[in-house]
Design a protein around this ligand. Structure first.
Ligand code: PEP
Ligand code: MG
Length: 883
């Protein structure tokens, strides 16, 4: 087996494709060597050695030593030096390098091979004693720290005491003689801490460092990181051993990092920083402030220290030449590390650079425009969920965050405002021109007006499909839900968290992208839907198969959805309209009625309002399909709850409080989500469905007349479990269609379909399809009913399920493919068997989740429907799924 892969001098045994074997760093060092770029020679010990090491009781393969010695000798030949030689010593760096960059592991040991003898040779060779002894003391501290596990502070204390004695303030005051005097003190520290002396033998140093890299693969931080990022322990890490080049050899030497494009804006420019006369750790440690690379950046930053472009023009031009080569070769933005040693540029690393969503978008589109990648590749380069960041205001990454609590990132974007604890206060404040954050334990349909009025919403209970989360996403309002560490006291109008109490009127900021709740006002950045966004969306639309619709009911939502490219409405939740304006009065009248006659009278008042709602929706959607769902929630949601509200409502309605209370008590349910709701309402009170059907048909006639084009409404029946239920409701709808046709002289074409949101409905999809022209999978309820997990109460325990790996993801966010997914597949299959052209879509929250969208594409759904602000995400995800 080949355990060691050499590189350097314009060739390499490895290449970029061998990332699994050589790790990211090793594979790219090999690739850069093959490209003929200046890479200090070295070799990579493969990840298989790491695996072997752990499979064989922390021991190495027997052939490793021979292979390593040979590789080391070769490096010596290329550099004209010998490892451990007293006159002309080869010094090396040792670095870890897993497949994916992995913080937590041992990172780097520099200057390895130095000892009391070779340090003198280094001083002589460089003609600089201070440089040599400074390098040696750096090596001793770094090696002691990461390999021998001796804490840094021991050395720092010795250095500080020494500097105090000499009256120095800066490290740069320390002379060669000072370092020479300090090094024996450092050695004494090691011996005291370790019980044996610092290893002088370069071979022992090297094997010690290699062992430390492999050992760090299993340290707690690395294990934790792998857990969080689903990286299997079996991958292992590689070790890179490479000839040292020195950025600290005086004023013509330097070290730095650079991106081939700006990682925060995506602009095409060499972007980065460098430090003259320094080693890599100095840039990272942040002790000295780095300088700009380009003159342009220096002018922009107003720095009075020279740019690399001015200070080292030859090395700078070489970096510019190389970055062009690397970008063309890797066809992506690169993040590079380099060192300049006495004027000569050396490349130490390159990799695809991390970037913000904004930069990802711009870079993908520009790379495609430059011809480096295809449009399809550009589509694949942008993470759909990252678009969220671009569509909402977000917290300035440079702003200070005083985090007081964390909840679920329920609806993206950030907002700040004064705390209010109820929806009426929110509305009043809004009218007075103030910005508020609505803070509730949880929200209900009664809070819609408050949510509209608020800049953002914070709840202390509820998951990703709780009322607050779903409605906020629909409105495009930032929302943090289920922030369980916050205690809300409605009576006192306060919230308490971490020992601190905030009052109504105090200002907080919610970051719905991260789930954080922050104290005070925080600086924001406004979204910018630039040209690249439209370009990429256009490319995505060309390749995707599935249509993308929106869940929307208000004209504003519908407009937003259209602006974001929605191709129809997949779910209009009519109950949301019942809270608009004074519709609620008529709704309550209907609920309080003693008989059908009374109900019909109240419904007659609602009819013109609903008709107007629907006509407006049809007008905005302009010939695109609109799916309207019949009333779904249990009726008690429309009644007031608190004593005070009851009295107020009773007075307004001219009814007695007793009656209101009695009716509320009658409607009370232990399990409202599994109770008197959905199609069950239409079965018991068909007059409600009839009124809604009439409103839909009359609106269709009206909108059709106005536009000259026929409107084809899709009427959807929720929570169906049997064909018989659907048949009963369907008969009423068909009868109403005939009646309206007779009255108006216009026959409206329409479809009747059902939601599949109960396991029984999925299993009996064959029967149901006989009466349904379309299915829309209501995966919020289907997840709730298939898993037996209440969507409103899941937050309290679901977290530990995902943490412990029992569930891979929150099933209310990403479809549980094995369970809920199979039910959907069964329904698709059985539905199509009976009705070949049945239209199939999804309108649960999963319709806006990229992973779930992939699944929907795979099983052949015709469309996904999601909240308006997620439409672009869904368009991109659907395109990626199709590629
Ligand atoms: C669903 O259950 O997935 C759905 C879309 O309906 P709602 O969220 O309104 O219950
Ligand atoms: Mg539902």
């Amino acid at each position: 087996t080949q355990w060691v892969y050499a590189f350097g001098d314009g060739k390499a045994e490895g290449e970029a494709g061998l990332k699994n074997l050589l790790g990211g760093k090793g594979a790219n060092l090999a690739e850069m060597s093959n490209l003929g770029l200046p890479v200090p020679p070295g070799f990579t010990i493969t990840t298989e050695v790491c695996t072997y090491y752990y499979d064989h009781d922390n021991s190495y393969p027997p052939e490793l030593k021979t292979q390593l010695d040979k590789a080391l000798e070769h490096v010596g030949k290329l550099t004209g030096r010998t490892f451990g030689d007293a006159q002309n010593p080869l010094l090396v760096s040792v670095r870890s390098g897993a497949r994916a960059s992995m913080p937590g592991m041992m990172d780097t040991v520099l200057n390895l091979g130095l000892n009391d003898i070779t340090v003198a040779a280094l001083a002589k060779g460089a003609g600089d004693e201070r440089f040599a002894y400074d390098s040696y003391r750096r090596f001793i501290t770094m090696y002691s720290n990461v390999v021998l596990d001796i804490e840094h502070h021991h050395f720092e204390e010795a250095l500080d005491a020494y500097k105090d004695r000499r009256g120095y303030t800066l490290d740069t005051d320390v002379t060669a003689d000072d370092w020479k005097a300090l090094i024996p003190q450092y050695m004494a520290i090691v011996e005291k801490q370790l019980g044996r002396p610092f290893p002088q033998d370069p071979q022992e140093q090297l094997w010690g460092a290699i062992g430390a890299v492999f050992g760090s693969w299993m340290n707690n931080r690395a294990i934790k990181y792998r857990e969080l990022h689903a990286i299997p322990a079996s991958w292992g890490t590689a070790v890179n051993v490479q000839a040292m080049v020195f950025g600290n050899m005086g004023e013509t030497s330097a070290t730095g990092v650079a991106f081939t494009r700006n990682p925060s804006t995506g602009e095409r420019e060499l972007y980065g920083e460098f430090l003259i006369n320094a080693q890599g750790e100095d840039v990272v440690a942040g002790i000295r402030t780095p300088q700009d690379i380009t003159e342009r950046a220096r002018i922009a930053s107003g720095s009075d220290r020279p740019s690399m472009e001015r200070a080292m023009p030859a090395a700078y031009n070489e970096l510019v030449r190389i970055y062009g080569i690397l970008e063309k070769h890797y066809r992506d933005m690169q993040d590079m590390e380099f060192t300049v040693e006495t004027g000569k540029l050396w490349m130490l690393q390159t990799r695809n650079g991390k970037r913000t969503a904004k930069a990802a978008l711009r870079i993908a589109v520009e790379l495609a425009s430059e011809g480096l990648i295809s449009d399809e590749e550009a589509i694949m380069r942008v993470e759909p969920s990252a678009l969220d960041q671009l569509l909402h205001p977000m917290i300035d990454p440079k702003a200070d965050r005083k985090i007081i609590a964390s909840g679920l990132p329920a609806s993206p974007g950030a907002a700040c405002g004064e705390i209010v604890f109820n929806s009426d206060d929110a509305e009043a404040a809004r009218k007075a021109g103030r910005k508020v954050i609505l803070v509730r334990v949880e929200t209900s349909p009664e809070d819609i007006h408050g949510m509209h009025a608020a800049e953002g919403i914070l709840t202390t209970r509820g998951g990703m499909t709780s009322h607050a989360a779903v409605v906020a996403r629909g409105m495009g309002k930032p929302c943090v839900s289920g922030a369980g560490s916050i205690r809300v006291d409605y009576a006192a109008q306060t919230l308490t968290v971490a020992g601190e109490t905030l009052r109504k009127g105090d200002v907080i900021t919610v970051d719905g992208g991260s789930g954080q709740v922050l104290l005070g006002q925080v600086r924001m950045l406004e979204p910018e839907l630039s040209g690249e966004f439209a370009t990429l969306m256009g490319w995505a639309d060309k390749v995707r198969r599935m249509k993308v619709r929106a869940n929307a009911e208000t004209p504003l939502d519908a407009e937003t959805a259209r602006n974001f490219g929605a191709e129809g409405i997949g779910l209009c939740r009519t109950e949301h309209m019942f809270f608009e304006g004074d519709r609620i009065v008529a709704v309550r009248e209907m609920i309080l009625s003693d008989d059908e006659k009374g109900r019909r009278a109240a419904l007659a008042k609602l009819l013109p309002m609903q008709r107007k709602d629907f006509a407006e929706l049809f007008k905005i959607m302009h010939g695109l399909p609109v799916t309207i769902r019949l009333l779904d929630p249990p009726l008690h949601e429309f009644l007031p709850h608190s004593e005070a509200e009851m009295e107020e409502v009773a007075k307004a309605m001219n009814a007695s409080v007793e009656k209101l209370k009695r009716r509320a008590a009658e409607l009370h349910e232990f399990n409202p989500m599994l109770g008197f709701r959905g199609v069950r309402l239409a079965i018991a009170y068909p007059e409600i469905a009839e009124m809604q059907a009439r409103a839909i048909f009359e609106a269709a006639v009206e909108a059709g007349r106005a536009s000259g084009e026929p409107v084809v409404p899709e009427i959807m029946v929720p929570l169906v479990m049997t064909k018989a239920e659907l048949d009963l409701v369907r008969a009423r709808i068909d009868a109403m269609a005939a009646a309206v046709a007779k009255e108006t002289g216009v026959t409206v074409e329409y479809q009747v379909g059902t939601m599949i949101e109960l396991p029984r409905a999925a299993l009996r999809a064959g029967d149901i399809a006989e009466s349904a022209e379309f299915f829309s999978f209501g995966t919020n309820d289907l997840t709730q009913t298939a898993l037996g997990i209440s969507r409103d109460d899941a937050a309290s325990f679901l977290g530990s399920y995902t943490q412990k790996g029992i569930l891979a993801a929150d099933p209310f966010v990403t479809i549980d493919q094995e369970g809920v997914g199979e039910l959907i597949q069964i329904a698709v299959e059985r539905g199509r068997q009976v009705r070949q052209d049945i239209k199939l879509g999804i309108c649960g929250e999963h319709g806006g989740d990229p992973a779930s969208i992939h699944f929907c594409n795979e099983i052949g759904l015709d469309y996904v429907s999601c909240s308006p602000y997620r439409v672009p995400i869904a368009r991109l995800a659907a395109a990626q799924a199709a590629l």
